[in-house]
Structure formats: C-alpha cells, structure tokens
Design a protein around this ligand. Structure first.
Ligand code: BYC
Length: 481
C-alpha cells in the first residue's frame, strides 16, 4: 500500500493498511461508537448539522495533504495517518543511540511509552471539551470555522493515540483507550490528567491564548515525541505537527486581530493612554492591560505542562530512547548527555538563580526554554502592531516563577517581573496580573455572535486573508436553521 495516500474504503480512513490488520480494525471499530457518543455529548455544542468548510487530510504528502470542502462535523472522516516510514531510521539519542528504530514496543520501555501516549492522548479530547461552548459566541463565520477545524483535528489526534494504544499495547491499550473517553475536563471525580486541560476556556480571547500558548506546548511535546525510537509514535507525531501549525496560526492571528482592533479604536477615539481601561472599554474593545492579564494566565498555565524543571522521568525517557529533545537531530552534541550540564532556574536561599544541573535531569527545563523562545515571536508581532499605531505599550511574557503550580516555583509567589512576594502581597495584587471576575464579565459582555457572511464582531479585526484563499464574505459555515 502507498503510505502517502489514505485508504478511504474502510470505516476508519488510514494509511496503515488497516484492511489487512483485522484485529486492530475490529478494536478501532469497537471504539468508534463510544467516540461518536463522546463527540455528541462533549464536542461542539450545536452546529452538528451545519455544513462547515473544513480541510480533511487525504494524504501525508507534505506538498498537498488536505482537501477543503463542506462537511457536517459528525461526518468528518477521522483517520489514522502516519508520516511515511523513513528507511533505515536509527534512534537519535539516549543509550540506544544509533541502533535501528523500533517497529514494535520494546518490553522494558512498555510502561513508559504507554504513559506518555496516554498523557498525550488525554489532552486532545480535553481541549475539545474546554472549547465546546464557544460556537455560540463566535465573532464571525471565519472564526467559527477555525474553531471547528481545530476541534475535529484534536479529535483526530485522539484517534492517532488510540490507534497506537490498540495496536501496540493489547488489552491494557484497549482499556486506556476507553478511559480516554471517560475522563472529562474539569470533572471533580474524573478530571483530565494535566492541569491546564481542566481550566475553562470561557471566551474567544482565551481560545486564542490557548491555541497560541497551550497548543504550542503541544508542538514542543510532539516534536520531542517525534524523535522517539519507537517509530510508529515518531511517525504519528510528525504528521500531527502538520495539522498543529494551523492551530497556532489561529492563536497568533487571533490575538493580532484583537490587538489591531483595540489600537484602531483607541486611535479613532483619540485615546492617548492605552492603560485608561474605562475609556478603552467604553469603545467596546478589549484594553491592552486585560490582554496582558490573559496572556499571563495562559502562559503560566502552559509552563506547568512541561513538568518539573529537574525530572528523573524526563531523564529516564531520554535515556531509554523514548522522548528526545526539540529538534534532536539538528543538535550537535553526543545525544547521550551523560557528562554535560544545563542551567536550571531554581530557588536558592529565597532567590531565583541559575544552577547547573546534569543535562539529563534538566530536559524539561530545556524544552521549556525552547518553548519560551518560540512564544516570544508572537510578542514581537503583537508589539509591532501596537507601536505602529503609535502607542507606548508592550505585551511581555511574565517571569517563569509567576503563578506556577508545578515545579520549582509552585510554593512561592512572584510578580510578573520575577520578584518574590509574600502571600498577603500576592492576595492584594493578584487581580492586577491575572484576569479578575470583572475582567471576565467585561469580556463576556462583548461575546455576541456574528453569523452573517463577512461580518465581524466589533472587538476584532477581519483576517488579512481567508482560509483556502476564500473571499472576505465567504460562508464558511452554513448554519442549519
Ligand atoms: N499537571 O517528573 P515530572 C497538547 C505529574 S499538549 C498534572 O515533574 P515529567 C495539546 C507527572 O505526570 C502536550 N500533573 O514531570 C495542546 C508525574 O506524575 P506521576 C501534551 C503533572 O513526567 C492543546 C509527576 O507530576 N503532551 O498536545 O518529566 C490542545 C512528576 O512529573 C503535570 C505531553 O505532555 C501537570 N502539568 O513531565 C490539544 C507529552 N506535570 O507519573 C493538545 C507527554 C507533571 O509520577 N507527557 N505532572 O504520577 C510528558 O512528556 C510528561 O509526562 C510531562 C511531565 C511533560 C507531562
């Protein structure tokens, strides 16, 4: 079978020859109804009969893998797609460095691999659950369509992990696959596994922040797993990254458009001080200080997703050849890290200091540093919009010690600038740094849906180009009446 093209003759589209892998096909077909029930209960609220202009993956060829067409979401073809197998691929790091990549799960690394695949799998449906209410307040049909594109692809990413579990992990894998449909974001008894995936995504600014910051954690983690010595995981993650790029685009351009609109409105009204929140809000746009607060929240929640700065789990996964570094194959070193160190931010005598730690145990910190660098690019773009409009205001990433629940700084309070403060000061000043319920109410008051083609809510600018180069008034979602 040509692994570039996808077989659409089976119920589950795939490029892994499922029609000849009856056992796995049966397991996946058995899981399918539960998935559809989950989608019905926890997927986007409403719009299930609407025709949405979606892209569906038809090939894994990097030059052209997607087709755009109108689809009803429940009829979207969630498929199993792996990037083509690289001939003679070797394990690019760890103690098995240079050995042939594994096509089956090595017994000694089975538990570790299963855990990582389950954690990755758990985030995908979680984000769909978090975003399920947003359809009814979409600022345009363009945005509504992007939301649904993100949602169906996160659904597909769940399928990707479930395939690995069912094909390679036997009965435990099938049980884990069922559990992935049972846990629920924010549920008191059965929450999703990682903190940020149990938070609410109450409004569209949060959605854009989530897709910018939290999907970017996804990018970093998928890149690390794409290096894995377990080849099916590597190939799966490589293809998922192709889809992931659009999700971050939605976040980056979404925030750009909000910033743009705010700046235009301030200029038109002759407002000179962007921190004059009351005056700016009276214009019906989101003031820049509130955008900064949302950014502080989502960035700090996303930093928690990297785990502890110093982690033996991370060291073991690297040593085992299971999870590598960001762009591992492009790094010039021994790829074993037995004798090297990496500077880690730690609390030393009540101060934040860089301390050299063995590079192996510092891998979460390293990946988080790579992530921070990647995040900073958005700041440059957004600040350019602000400065071009003539305003002296800069959006910034808060210090990594700010508002943390995992790792070195979880027991202290810090300002966004990184100064350590006591509980009382934190209590008093926190609402100046993180969205307060008043901020939430204000943003919620702007969230009225716009559903006519070409229309946009007054708090956000239209995009520069349409999806699939469609014109501005294209009807991206044909809403059922
Ligand atoms: N919340 O050694 P530690 C995405 C647990 S996003 C709760 O510090 P480790 C997406 C940890 O499980 C990417 N618990 O950390 C984005 C461990 O518990 P156990 C998702 C946490 O293991 C948007 C203990 O604390 N993929 O794709 O080195 C939309 C000590 O752990 C948290 C992955 O994350 C937390 N934040 O690293 C849709 C990749 N952090 O096992 C999708 C797979 C840590 O001792 N996961 N803990 O009971 C991993 O690589 C790692 O497990 C982690 C943690 C990076 C998550």
């Amino acid at each position: 079978m040509n692994t570039m093209n996808v077989d659409y003759t089976t119920k589950i589209p795939n490029n892994v020859n499922l029609s000849e892998d009856r056992q796995v096909l049966k397991a996946l077909e058995g899981w399918h109804p539960g998935y559809m029930d989950w989608w019905g209960d926890m997927g986007p609220e409403g719009f299930q009969q609407s025709l949405v202009y979606l892209r569906t993956a038809y090939s894994v060829d990097p030059r052209g893998w997607a087709k755009f067409d109108y689809v009803r979401m429940p009829e979207y073809r969630w498929g199993i797609l792996l990037a083509p197998q690289e001939e003679n691929r070797v394990i690019p790091f760890g103690e098995h460095y240079g050995e042939p990549a594994w096509q089956e799960v090595p017994g000694e690394h089975r538990a570790m691999l299963r855990r990582l695949i389950v954690i990755q799998g758990d985030t995908e449906p979680a984000s769909v659950e978090q975003q399920r209410h947003l359809g009814k307040t979409a600022p345009s049909l363009y945005d509504l369509r992007n939301l649904f594109q993100v949602n169906v692809e996160e659904g597909r990413h769940l399928w990707a992990m479930v395939y690995l579990l069912q094909k390679y992990f036997g009965r435990d894998g099938r049980e884990e696959a069922d559990e992935l449909l049972r846990r629920r974001s924010g549920d008191a008894d059965s929450p999703r596994m990682l903190g940020a995936f149990n938070e609410k995504t109450p409004d569209w600014l949060s959605f854009f922040m989530f897709t910018y910051f939290t999907d970017r954690d996804g990018k970093m983690q998928l890149h690390s797993l794409a290096q894995s010595g377990f080849d099916p995981l590597s190939r799966t993650c490589r293809f998922m990254l192709t889809e992931e790029a659009h999700h971050m685009f939605v976040g980056e351009t979404g925030i750009s458009r909000v910033v743009q609109r705010t700046c235009e409105a301030m200029k038109d009204a002759g407002i000179g001080d962007p921190s004059d929140i009351a005056k700016v809000r009276a214009l019906g746009v989101i003031d820049l200080p509130t955008i900064q607060k949302k950014l502080n929240l989502h960035y700090s929640l996303s930093l928690d997703l990297f785990g502890s700065e110093v982690s033996t789990n991370a060291a073991n996964a690297f040593n085992a050849g299971v999870k590598g570094r960001y762009r591992e194959t492009q790094i010039e070193d021994d790829h074993r890290l037995q004798n090297t160190t990496y500077p880690v931010l730690k609390l030393v005598n009540g101060q934040i200091k860089r301390v050299d730690e063995p590079a192996l145990t510092a891998l979460n910190m390293r990946l988080r540093d790579d992530y921070t660098q990647d995040c900073a690019k958005g700041m440059l773009r957004w600040n350019k919009i602000i400065s071009t409009a003539g305003y002296d205001f800069k959006l910034t990433l808060p210090n990594v010690a700010f508002h943390r629940q995992i790792g070195e700084f979880k027991d202290v309070h810090a300002t966004p600038e990184g100064a350590l403060i006591d509980d009382a000061t934190w209590g008093k000043r926190k609402s100046g740094w993180l969205p307060s319920s008043d901020d939430g109410d204000f943003i919620a008051s702007l969230m009225t849906p716009v559903t006519e083609p070409g229309g946009f809510a007054p708090w956000i600018s239209p995009p520069k180009v349409g999806i699939d180069n469609k014109p501005g008034d294209f009807e991206y979602v044909k809403i059922e009446t």
